[in-house]
Design a protein. Structure first.
Length: 80
């Protein structure tokens, strides 16, 4: 894709903040050709993302890998 396609779009700040290297990666859900949910850690920060085909779905995401404590999520979504 081209940077011009993202200028002025919602979520651009998120793309600027996402690291390019990871300390740990976990696949939390996956169905080949259907969907995948991946969590990646850089330092103390976790980034969790899901992508699906054109089929709507709801998934329960296990977050036990985060350990005890209080966590805050910043959510970005596209589509309906």
């Amino acid at each position: 894709d081209y940077p011009e396609n993202y200028r002025g779009k919602q979520g651009l700040d998120f793309l600027r903040q996402v690291p390019a290297t990871w300390d740990e990666t976990k696949v939390l859900h996956a169905g080949v050709g259907e969907y995948v949910t991946i969590a990646r850690r850089n330092g103390n920060a976790w980034y969790l993302g899901s992508i699906t085909n054109w089929t709507s779905r709801e998934l329960s995401i296990p977050l036990d890998f985060l350990g005890k404590g209080t966590w805050t999520a910043e959510v970005y979504a596209d589509g309906g």
